[in-house]
Design a protein around this ligand. Structure first.
Ligand code: FES
Length: 191
């Protein structure tokens, strides 16, 4: 009499584990794909002035004055065009080195930080650095008065904005041109 070979079995626990791992991998894949496909800024993108006499020129850390903001677009270096007409916009600020909090240091280059210029409340473009009161030295959205601290990773100091502005990590490229060192650290604009 011959022995019948045992049938391979998948226990319920193994099945659940496999399903969970596969599901997580698929979710990660989808998320990574979505970020890559729709990212308004990627590592290596150049920051170019959005307005003023230097419009279209690269922003250099050495040209910026402490506490003064400039508005720029993160631009695909191959096409010299922003990846998104609105969501690639950034406010760029040079800070006093002694004032930069740890939360901002990791994303700064040469004392310069950059944040999405799309307000997280209702999507207005943030357009000012304040000069008075609570707004002094901070990024202000004049639509409804939200205030963001550029020294502390654009945390919300006041107004209706539900969350900070997304940071764009920076690095210096050839000739001191500021470039994105990674994608934005969070979602752009309102939910
Ligand atoms: S859209 Fe910026 S405060 Fe409302």
């Amino acid at each position: 009499m011959t022995d019948t070979p045992p049938k391979p079995q998948t226990s319920r626990r193994t099945f659940i584990k496999l399903t969970a791992v596969t599901g997580a991998a698929v979710a990660l894949g989808h998320r990574a794909g979505a970020q890559t496909a729709s990212s308004p800024a990627r590592s290596g993108d150049l920051l170019m002035y959005q307005e003023g006499p230097k419009k279209g020129q690269p922003v250099k850390a050495a040209d910026l004055k402490e506490g003064v903001a400039v508005w720029a677009m993160a631009v695909d270096p191959a096409t010299k065009k922003p990846r998104d007409a609105m969501k690639s916009g950034v406010v760029v600020v040079r800070l006093k080195p002694s004032e930069i909090k740890d939360s901002s240091k990791k994303n700064a280059s040469g004392g310069v930080v950059a944040y999405s210029s799309v307000c997280t409340h209702q999507g207005c473009p943030v357009k000012e650095i304040g000069s008075l009161g609570q707004g002094k030295g901070n990024i202000i959205c004049t639509c409804h008065g939200s205030i963001f601290d550029p020294r502390d990773n654009a945390t919300v100091l006041g107004g209706p904005a539900p969350r900070r502005l997304a940071a764009l990590p920076l690095k210096a490229g050839a000739g001191g041109d500021l470039m994105a060192a990674a994608e934005f650290t969070g979602k752009i604009g309102p939910k």
